[in-house]
Design a protein around this ligand. Sequence first.
Ligand code: AMP
Ligand code: MG
Length: 316
Amino acid sequence: MANSPILSPTDGTLNAAVQALRSGALVAFPTETVYGLGADATDETAVARIFEAKGRPRFNPLISHVADAQSAFSLGDFSPVAKVVAERFWPGPLSIVVKRVTDCPIAWLTSAGLDSIALRVPAHPLAHDLLARADRPIAAPSANRSGRISPTQAEHVASELGDRVEMILDGGPCTVGIESTVVDLSGSSPVLLRLGAVTREMLTEIVGPLREPAVGGPLASPGMMTSHYAPDCPVRLDVAKPIPGEAYLGFGPVPAGENTLSLSVSGDLVEAAANLFQMLRTLDHSAINAIAVAPVPQHGLGAAINDRLHRAAADR
Ligand code: AMP
Ligand code: MG
């Protein structure tokens, strides 16, 4: 892709952005916090492209953006208190982690395989317009390459990811300029996962005292998060041939058989990333007691796939 255009918001450019998102492409757009690298949150492959474009060595759960609180309430299980928090701070720079509802359409890769999802209703008018037109959750981490500073102007996105996105919607400089506060309201006691413009004090007024994440402070880097999806079954890595009784998660062509799946028959790492969590879950729920996994190449998205597989294998 050549360097993508920076576009001012018009009826035409917003419709083009929605078309691009619906076809699985990436669109950068402004929010009040930072510019987001957006993809259809319900499309596993589109979300895999986010990780590929960012060059992130790990899959961390992404925030899904929606136009209004009602849309969020249809995707996640909000307690009465969580609803009060949502209504107090949305639209605004707060992301709320809740459990998925049954049949939640958000892709497993968006939540890095977790049963919980992070949701936010941004306050930026352009973001709101885009999300309302898209009429589906849009996953959007900051629109920078992994390890770089978050972009707060369209030009920053162009220099970081200009060749990776379909278009960059220009909404001027971001007013907040730091990432959203993240609060986990999925359990019995609220946890402050990341600090942002919505402060601890503002949240405590509504939910009471907030716990710190189990490991690492609230400002610990996202990749350091310890909570992640791990299958119940033992996982064995770098297996060319499973032993009888093992389910097999291959890469490339695999023999047809029960409890045998391939992350990508053609050896495509984007496809493999898109399938990873879904397939692990499918095999984990099969009537089998171990999962053998084929070697996955370490280049490109392979690094993030292998990182997750190693955690799944180690996590007992
Ligand atoms: P980003 O989308 O890059 O701004 O950052 C997303 C951050 O939100 C992650 O690093 C997590 O801290 C948090 N997050 C998103 N989804 C979840 C989830 N399901 N459970 C816990 N934390 C989450
Ligand atoms: Mg970031």
